[in-house]
Ligand binder design. Sequence first.
Ligand SMILES: Cc1cc2nc3c(=O)[nH]c(=O)nc-3n(C[C@H](O)[C@H](O)[C@H](O)COP(=O)(O)O)c2cc1C
Length: 184
Amino acid sequence: MIKIAIIIGSTRPGRKAEAVAKWVYEIAQKRSDAEFELVDIKDFNLPLLDEPLPPTLGQYTHQHTKAWSAKIASFDAYVFVTPEYNHGTSGALKNAIDFLYHEWVNKAAGFVGYGGATGENLRLVMGELQVADVKAQVGLSLFTDFENFSVFKPAPQHEKSVTSMLDQVIAWGGALKTLREKQA
Ligand SMILES: Cc1cc2nc3c(=O)[nH]c(=O)nc-3n(C[C@H](O)[C@H](O)[C@H](O)COP(=O)(O)O)c2cc1C
């Protein structure tokens, strides 16, 4: 069974990311074809990238990098829960992604975004990291899925979108796990 991280992509006090990620996790828990874990980048206290060598070398000097590396390496696929900050993802999530390299390679990913053009710019980043990002995507609106732009009340149809996205992440995540095992 493959292991999938649902990554909380904002560290902002009062963030919406946590409620969205927990909703995704609850939907995911209804299925038995993968194992899911909520991963909060906030828990890793990552500073702005402070490793002297490029992550492609995997020679980490800091304990926070080693802990983040071990956590991310333990999964076969990822669901990134991402806000939209100036039509991009959050700096916190991009920074956390940039800390590592091989931990991401030949894994699968899906996106759950809230805002306007969420997730799209992360696809460029995934390409560089050799992550297979799936087509099915969950797009939540700050206008219609959050009461008064703050309390998360997702429209019912989004559960189906989460399921479609997870179906693809699990299929690709499983195929890439087989590939990595063959390469090992
Ligand atoms: C720096 C910044 C930039 C933002 N840019 C956008 C944007 O381009 N489009 C948009 O729809 N919302 C934008 N927003 C609104 C965020 O989507 C909204 O604040 C959301 O709650 C942020 O996610 P978070 O609460 O999980 O951190 C921006 C918010 C911040 C803090």
